[in-house]
Design a protein around this ligand. Structure first.
Ligand code: PGA
Length: 256
């Protein structure tokens, strides 16, 4: 990453793992093992019910808490849903939006990601907007078209001031949970193309300041290589974030 312009953000995406009591134990262990975090930001994306314990346990540390989803409406008749305002009141700083699992299993679309992005920003949350092509899209040679569409629709009506708070996570679907990581060159190529779309939309200065993560089977072994690329500004880490030792190794690599 380019340390002159942006901070590396290492985010652990727990998905549907860890109960509230396990959350407390994990965070205590993590705080002790990562030591002083100076050169990167550490975020834990936890299930809704774990948020309170995660916030309590991270108090006084440099670890921030993210939700894994939210609804775009401020309030209303949406049984089972959670609004941005509710998350902010708990002390949540980030929210993951449009993760491929939500797109695949819960009907999330570019349009709903856009509505959620705007709602999160208006409430003061930093959205981590997930995009990425399927294996079929890669094999058919439409990676850049796919990425371009996802970025442009997710950021529709997002102002230049607001977009500075947005984090983009490039997660090729074929790399998520499969153990098949994109090569650092593949990830760099797409992340650079994302920045190019941002440059067209918001100008070079703003595009340069936006954090673009990579996600998809990132772990203690491949993280340093991925993070050494100029347009890879952090990671969204699933499986490897569930083990304190592995996640610590990624954080320590980025914290140098
Ligand atoms: P993975 O998940 O690291 O287990 O591939 C990444 C993600 O889904 O964010």
């Amino acid at each position: 990453m380019n340390t002159r312009y942006r901070k590396t953000i290492i985010a652990g995406n727990w998905k549907m793992n860890n109960t509230p009591s396990q959350t407390k134990t994990f965070v205590e262990e993590l705080k002790a093992s990562i030591g002083k975090v100076k050169f990167c930001e550490v975020v834990l994306c936890v299930p809704f019910v774990d948020i309170t314990n995660a916030i309590k346990a991270t108090r006084g540390s440099k670890i921030s808490i993210a939700a894994q989803n939210m609804h775009y409406a401020e309030s209303g008749a949406y049984t089972g849903e959670i609004s941005a305002k509710m998350l902010v009141e708990l002390g949540v700083k980030y929210v993951v939006l449009g993760h491929s699992e939500r797109r695949q299993y819960f009907g999330e679309t570019d349009k709903t990601v856009n509505l959620k992005t705007i709602s999160a920003l208006e409430a003061g949350l930093r959205p981590i907007v997930c995009i990425g092509e399927s294996l079929e899209e890669r094999e058919q040679g439409v990676v850049f078209e796919t990425i371009r569409r996802q970025v442009k629709i997710a950021l529709l009506n997002v102002s230049e001031d607001q977009v500075k708070k947005v984090v983009i996570a490039y997660e090729p679907i074929w790399a998520i949970g499969t153990g098949v990581t994109a090569t650092s060159d593949q990830a760099q190529e797409v992340n650079a193309s994302i920045r190019e779309v941002l440059r067209e939309m918001y100008g070079a200065r703003t595009a340069r300041a936006i954090t673009i993560q990579y996600g998809g089977s990132m772990n203690a072994k491949n993280a340093n290589e991925l993070l050494s690329k100029p347009d890879i500004d952090g990671g969204l880490i699933g499986g490897a974030s569930l083990k304190c030792e592995d996640f610590t190794a990624v954080v320590n690599g980025a914290n140098q």
